[in-house]
Structures are given as structure tokens and as C-alpha cells.
Design a protein around this ligand. Structure first.
Ligand SMILES: [Zn+2]
Length: 82
């Protein structure tokens, strides 16, 4: 079974994308779950990923996959206004 959301390093972070709508490729713009559009480099497609996780993508995955509320962290770096 293909996972609906997968991670891709690009532009200095590991972001997550929706596999139903996007397929990452080097030098091609990739919309990711946190709302950014990133562009993976060739090295990002094959290399060891050392860049930090994008926690907004991590949070978005948990929301979309219906994680229990206590496993969904507050949005990082933002005041929670919800
Ligand atoms: Zn992200």
C-alpha cells in the first residue's frame, strides 16, 4: 500500500507532500503540506537527508490522518489562536 503522504527534503527542510497529487522530481516545484512550494535538487532526491523536519508538515499529516488530538502538537512558532 502506498502511503498517502511522504517526505521529501527540499530547500533546507524535510517537508511532506500528498502522493495523490504530486510526485517530486529534481528541479520541479513541489507543493508541500505546510503551504510552501519547494524545489528539490538532484541531491535531495538521492542523498542522505540531514535537513530538519518541517514541523508544520508533520502537524498537517497528523491532522489529515485523523490522529487523536493529543498527538497533534500546536503549530510550531505560532501563537495558537484557534
Ligand atoms: Zn513543510
Amino acid at each position: 500500500m502506498v502511503q498517502r503522504y511522504l517526505w521529501q527534503q527540499a530547500d533546507g527542510k524535510r517537508h511532506a507532500y500528498d502522493t495523490e497529487h504530486h510526485h517530486p522530481a529534481a528541479a520541479r516545484a513541489l507543493p508541500v503540506l505546510c503551504g510552501a512550494t519547494v524545489t528539490p535538487k538532484a541531491d535531495d532526491m538521492v542523498g542522505v537527508w540531514l535537513d530538519p523536519t518541517c514541523w508544520q508538515c508533520d502537524r498537517e499529516i497528523r491532522i489529515r490522518l485523523d490522529f487523536p488530538a493529543n498527538e497533534i502538537p500546536d503549530a510550531p512558532g505560532q501563537t495558537d489562536t484557534q
